[in-house]
Write a protein of this length. Sequence first.
Lengths: 159, 126
Amino acid sequence: MPLLLRNVRENRWHKSEAAPWLATGDVPADPLGDLATKDNRLSVWEVAGDRSNVERILRALAVNRDKIADMGYVLFDSSLLVTAGIATVAESGMTPDQGANEWHRDLTDLSGNKLVMLTKLILENCESGTMLKKRLEQLVLDGIEQKQLPEKFRSKIEI
Amino acid sequence: MYSHFSGSLFAVIAQRGRAAFRAIAEYLFSGSGNADVVSEALRWLADFDDPATLPQRWAILQRTLQDSSPRVRDGAILGFAALDDPRARSLLLQTQEVEPVPELRRLIKQVVDQLNATHAAPPPQR
């Protein structure tokens, strides 16, 4: 099953030893802050089998912000959603990169319990990473050259 | 949120100069600062484009690489990525050897790779 990507603050998703105050089976609260829902939906992105679209997804998310900055993310197998009883729908993304928008998905009908379960499953099974700002800026320049992004985003680049 | 935070930080530094750095350093090293705030501040301090304050910013980042909080160390590593100064490579490689969090060791490697590329790149045209 395909991988899904969610942008997060990576340092909240480290697989370090559980905090001593955390009860067995419980999850820390901070990662939940990276899974903000709207209309009980959570925005994620479907990653190609060879991961060839990861950089383009992160670039699309980066240009949607006021300023290009390091971008953390988690990758997790969509089979976790079956475990958590969470449904997915294809819903076009809202980024300036039309090509990337087709990879956007919404996780739907999320309750509090489902969100906590999803957080636990992602924490236990995810691969996390951070795309550095300098790499993102180069990707934005490439995207402008390849007409995947509008020229106006050149003003966000500092390199 | 981040742009407001960084904008405020830059404004304080621009107005107060080195005095602002001393005050910020006191907060960062107080041990009572919020780890998320400190981490964010380190990233944006490094991004401040002012060669005159590089020694102060470098010293702050170097010290916080040893902080007990992984989130603060994360901010320091990303701070060195923002500085993009190849002279930080040896310091980061030493830090990588003793860093206990696998994700941070991997992040250090990414930053060192970036600095190697910066070092190998031709100087910018003037």
